[in-house]
Design a protein around this ligand. Structure first.
Ligand code: PEP
Ligand code: MN
Length: 344
């Protein structure tokens, strides 16, 4: 159920309404927009049949939410959300945010070199995995805390924000200590305990779409995080499994306009995992921005040949520089920009 308040509802009216909702044993989730306040009500709605809320002063209308997700829906929050990643980096506004870096943090030298070069080309968020979800248990699993420390240092040296993956609820404190944005990877999109845990934090979460998740399931996974009180969620389309085998995954660009219609949350696109091949990263990055993506996540490696993970899809820094030049043109054509410096 969603309760839309009148444009000039007073604070007293809103507080009174929240009290009433709580007394009915329901959980109010308040969204304060620029125009008006909307309250999402979580819990058994039977109580509302006995105690209609329409009669309470300040209430304009009470609407049932027909979709299975509520808090992520545009009905709940008509304006697009802008998620603050700190240091002036915001996802969901006019500027397209670029997150770039190696698939895995391998060592200090390669990380610092990559960070410096991607920053110079206009990326504002440094990506890199310290805990890696590898298909084979014999593949490189990541440097763990050592990798997190390196990420923090490289981000400090280059004035970037850090996004890195959390795979296990047991590592949440550790990762929270080093990351500015917590990534939930495709393979964990439906790890509901993990989603609930990051929902308890007050830190932005980058939620990647599952390999075979529908958009509905993707939005319901995000709902898990919002329902715990963390509204700072950025969605990431990273390709899905289809019958096509020329590319590693099929980057579902449809997801951008579809999610934008259904949800207020920003959408970032990862053409590196989406295609699995460096050659296709630039065209798909441009297509994503043209289709309305709020950001990009791109894998870059100073020497992809020797990368410990995802070398075939990693761009050389020089190619990343070209990609950025091209993406800026596309962004300008659709009325957006790619900020080099954090927006203040
Ligand atoms: C990654 O970004 O490093 C990653 C493992 O991505 P995904 O979860 O989308 O496979
Ligand atoms: Mn990777």
């Amino acid at each position: 159920m969603i309760i839309v308040l009148k444009p000039h509802a007073t604070k007293r009216q809103v507080d009174h309404l929240i009290e009433r909702i709580k007394t009915l044993g329901l959980k109010p989730m308040v969204s304060r927009g620029t125009e008006r306040t909307i309250i999402g009500v979580i819990g058994s709605e039977d109580a509302l049949r006995v105690q209609p809320l329409e009669v309470i002063p300040g209430v304009e209308k009470v609407m049932p939410v027909l979709k299975p997700y509520k808090l992520v829906s545009r009905e709940f929050k008509p304006e697009s959300s802008v998620i603050d990643l700190g240091a002036g980096v915001r996802v969901g506004g006019k500027s397209v945010v670029v997150m770039a870096g190696p698939c895995s943090v391998e060592n200090r030298a390669m990380l610092f070199e990559t960070a410096r070069l991607v920053k110079r080309s206009g990326a504002t968020v440094l990506r890199g995995g310290a805990f890696k979800p590898r298909t084979s248990p014999y593949s490189f699993q990541g440097l763990g805390e050592e990798g997190l420390k390196l990420l923090r240092d490289a981000a400090k040296a280059t004035k970037m924000r850090v996004v890195t993956e959390l795979m296990d609820t047991r590592d949440i404190r550790l990762i929270n200590q080093y990351a500015d944005v917590i990534q939930i990877g495709a393979r964990n999109m439906q790890n509901f305990e993990l989603l609930k845990e990051v929902g308890q934090l007050r830190k932005p979460v980058l939620l990647k779409r599952g390999l075979s998740a529908t958009i509905n399931e993707f939005l319901l996974a995000a709902e898990y995080i919002l329902s715990q009180g963390n509204f700072d969620v950025v969605l990431c389309e990273r390709g899905i499994r289809t019958f096509e085998d020329q590319t590693r995954f099929t980057l579902d660009l449809n997801a951008i306009p579809v999610i934008k219609k259904l949800s207020h949350l920003p959408v970032v696109v990862d053409p590196s995992h989406g295609t699995g091949s460096w050659e296709y990263v630039e065209p798909m990055a441009k297509a994503a921005v043209a289709a309305g993506a709020d950001g990009l996540m791109i894998e870059v490696h100073p020497n992809p040949e020797v990368a410990l993970s995802d070398g075939p899809q990693s761009l050389l820094p020089k190619r990343f520089e070209t990609l950025m030049r091209e993406v800026k043109k596309v962004a300008a054509a659709v009325g957006r920009s790619v900020s080099k410096e954090a927006e203040r």
